[in-house]
Design a protein around this ligand. Structure first.
Ligand code: NAD
Length: 398
């Protein structure tokens, strides 16, 4: 037992604690959203492995598969558990709440808390799938990490968020003091590009799928998906054409190779889904992106086409992954869940705001308030219906 009042502690673009009741409520809200959106008698994947399942797009994937289709889910995540009065991380509480609600609803949901890049966690996942699920028919790969220890070479790879070829200057929000200012980022070295591709590219995804295939743990017709982002031209120097974009190109190449392999061996497939920009721990760390997101949200909310992770995943599950559906793709074989973000009118209006926005008019021209609220909610704060004055139990079992 560790009862305490949890007050948010923020440093720049990270929050160093999390609210257990707020995180649990946030999982509940996503479950409610899926149950309301679920078409009658929806069926889809029955046994899913979700790698990176505790926050952001991975958490939403897990919830949409479990409550949308009744799928058994095994989640893999890397989160800190609570210790004494120090809270666990948000993903820890999300996972604990998800497991508890799944038990109450008679759904199978198990988790592995450890480094998904390691051989040890891959072996543990394989053993759990064999013992508890038999085989999996869906594998979602949704890791976002600043580093990876390559288990075969022992090298620690660090990802960088940098442009390639030339330095980049652009507007950004300083999340520490809410100022709109110019930032400039020096171009990446060849080694930084290599390391970013090593962390966020397709190698680890491929190793997971090859391992599962070799172990006979992928069911006939098994499908696997990883996530990417494209965004508007304004962010390309730092995103699409930068180090992270190089990693995403590698991810897409990996999808094509895995697609051939799975189609040939199991009649299955592999895809990359390009998702819309949302506030997550990963995206808040990218220069320029929080300002772009704040302007984009203003425009998308005004048009009634705003979506968060769970709404995106509902579309992915019910329109692309349900039984009888084949993922719809563009000319590059990418699923485009960012279609509403990239709509001509949405982009035109967002881009018209870009040159005008500054510190003084930030709240008026953009939805920075919405960005901040989403950011706080990632950690279980500012969630309706939660009493932040009350003591909460910070211990929680997975
Ligand atoms: P996130 O930070 O919310 O989630 C990352 C997940 O990875 C967490 O569950 C975390 O526990 C897990 N993780 C990190 N390192 C791990 C490790 N070593 N072992 C096990 N688990 C580990 O990130 P997100 O924004 O949801 O990103 C997920 C994917 O979606 C990424 O590929 C990202 O590029 C993509 N994407 C994000 C956005 C966006 O706007 N956030 C948009 C499009 C695509």
């Amino acid at each position: 037992m560790a009862l305490t009042v949890v007050t948010q502690k923020v440093r720049g673009f990270i929050c160093t604690n999390a609210h257990p009741a707020g995180c649990a409520r946030s999982v509940e809200r996503q479950i409610e959203s899926v149950l309301a959106a679920r078409p009658a008698n929806a069926t889809g994947p029955k046994n899913a492995l979700v790698i990176g399942s505790s926050t952001g797009y991975g958490l939403a994937s897990r919830i949409a598969l479990a409550w949308g289709f009744g799928a058994k889910t095994l989640g893999v995540f890397f989160e800190k558990e609570p210790s004494g009065k120090r809270t666990g991380t948000a993903g820890y509480y999300h996972s604990a709440a998800l497991h508890a609600r799944a038990r109450a609803d008679g759904l199978f949901a198990e988790g592995i808390n450890g480094d998904a890049f390691s051989e040890e966690i891959k072996r543990e996942a394989a053993a759990r799938i064999r013992a508890e699920m038999g085989q999996v028919d869906a594998v979602i790969y949704s890791l976002a990490s600043p580093r990876r220890v390559n288990p075969r070479s022992g090298e620690t790879l660090q990802s960088a968020l940098k442009p390639i070829g030339a330095s980049y200057s652009g507007k950004t929000i300083d999340l520490g003091n809410n100022e709109v200012k110019m930032t400039s980022v020096e171009p990446a070295t060849d080694d930084e590009i290599r390391q970013t591709v090593g962390v966020m590219g397709g190698e680890d995804w491929r190793w997971w799928i090859e391992m599962l295939l070799e172990e006979g743990l992928l069911a006939e017709g098994a499908r696997t998906l990883a996530y990417s982002y494209v965004g508007p031209e304004l962010t390309w120097p730092i995103y699409r054409d930068g180090t992270i974009g190089a990693a995403k190109k590698d991810l897409a190449k990996t999808a094509d190779a895995l697609n051939d392999l799975l189609a040939h061996r199991l009649g299955g497939g592999a895809w990359v889904s390009v998702n819309k920009a949302v506030v997550t721990q990963a995206s808040a760390a990218i220069p320029v992106v929080p300002l772009y997101i704040s302007l984009l949200f203003k425009v998308m909310k005004a048009k009634g086409v705003h979506e968060g992770c769970i709404e995106q995943l509902q579309r992915l599950c019910f329109e692309h992954l349900a039984d009888g559906k084949t993922p719809r793709v563009d000319a590059d074989r990418l699923i485009r869940l960012d279609d509403w973000e990239m709509r001509e009118d949405v982009q035109r209006e967002t881009m018209a705001l870009w040159p005008q926005v500054d510190t003084e008019n930030l709240d008026q021209l953009s939805d920075y308030e919405g960005f901040r609220k989403d950011f706080n909610q990632l950690f279980g704060f500012e969630i309706d219906g939660v009493d932040y004055e009350a003591e909460v139990e910070t211990e929680a079992a997975l």
